[in-house]
Ligand binder design. Structure first.
Ligand SMILES: NC(=O)c1ccc[n+]([C@@H]2O[C@H](COP(=O)([O-])OP(=O)(O)OC[C@H]3O[C@@H](n4cnc5c(N)ncnc54)[C@H](O)[C@@H]3O)[C@@H](O)[C@H]2O)c1
Length: 272
């Protein structure tokens, strides 16, 4: 069902790699809700070609951009405004990558080159995106920017290794930039802290399947799906959440505030 929540709004959606990607679902929902937008991803991700299907389905153009490159991001914001015919109303940062996680390197032995790469791709890219947009005055007043994060920024999950530190940085950038962009241009910036989700990035984490089931049996509502996450992002892009900024918003079926569930106690053979 569509509510026309984004009718007339222009956006930039990063990170749609395949149909499991959270960004893919956000693009589908944004299209349903009446937005026009540009899709972007790293040039290397274009090789898979999947994004073309999404572009066709949503009537969008694709602008390849490496989110670590200020030059690429400048072109992204310049061309997007030209294609869409005005300033940008919403931006989704849905970008994450850790070579340390990919290579299953334990936290105590992190490779620092990989660590820096992870920071650059997954956190600094957010600052760069915001800084480029801010300099160009490319986002309209009351525009909304959302980045996706995970609760390992607050609590330790040993297998999330350097990404835990990187997500803490990402969330801090949302608060810090949110202050400046808010006071100067009324642009709002939030992070959405999403449940474990079966995507390329998610499945790359050691023991992800078991952890997914664990989180699902803790959360009173169960894990939030990528589609649910997309719905939440749409509300944040809409005018119905105009006064929400500089927040880290948990979207996790209640997982983050549950101590233990009866389901977990049952699994352990403990009577509650
Ligand atoms: N899957 C989960 O369990 C989960 C949970 C919470 C938060 N998140 C976050 O959600 C976001 C999206 O991840 P996803 O789960 O949809 O996985 P995904 O693998 O589908 O998306 C990650 C995207 O990052 C893009 N990317 C990587 N390097 C890039 C670069 N240099 N420039 C531009 N784009 C680049 C990839 O091409 C890919 O499209 C990430 O920030 C991730 O950390 C995921």
């Amino acid at each position: 069902m569509s509510y026309n929540l984004l009718k007339g709004k222009r956006g930039i959606i990063s990170g749609a790699l395949d149909e499991n990607s959270i960004a893919w679902k956000v693009a589908e929902k944004a299209h349903e809700e009446g937005a026009t937008f540009v899709l972007t991803n790293a040039p290397i991700a274009m090789r898979m070609g999947e994004i073309n299907k999404l572009a066709e389905k949503t009537g969008s153009q694709i602008i390849p951009a490496d989110a670590t490159s200020v030059e690429d991001l400048t072109k992204l914001f310049t061309d997007s405004q030209e294609i869409l015919g005005g300033k940008i109303d919403f931006v989704l940062h849905s970008i994450g990558m850790s070579v340390n996680i990919r290579k299953k390197i334990p936290y105590t032995e992190l490779n620092y080159e990989f660590y820096q790469k992870g920071i650059d791709v997954s956190a600094l890219s957010f600052h760069k995106m915001l800084s480029v947009a801010h300099k160009m005055d490319a986002i309209s007043e009351w525009g909304s920017v959302v980045a996706l994060t995970y609760m390992a920024a607050q609590r330790t999950y040993p297998f999330y290794t350097d990404m835990a530190d990187i997500k803490a940085m990402l969330e801090s950038i949302a608060r810090s930039f949110g202050y400046h962009y808010g006071t100067q241009k009324k642009v709002r910036i939030n992070t959405v802290s999403q449940s474990p989700t079966k995507t390329t990035a998610g499945n790359g984490i050691k023991g992800f399947g078991d952890f997914f089931d664990y989180a699902d049996s803790i959360a009173p509502l169960g894990n939030a799906s990528a589609e649910d996450c997309a719905n939440y992002c749409i509300t944040l892009f809409s005018d119905l959440t105009r006064m929400v900024t500089m927040q880290n918003l948990f979207h996790d079926g209640g997982y983050s505030t549950t101590g233990v569930s009866m389901g977990i106690l049952d699994k352990m053979g403990i009577e509650g």
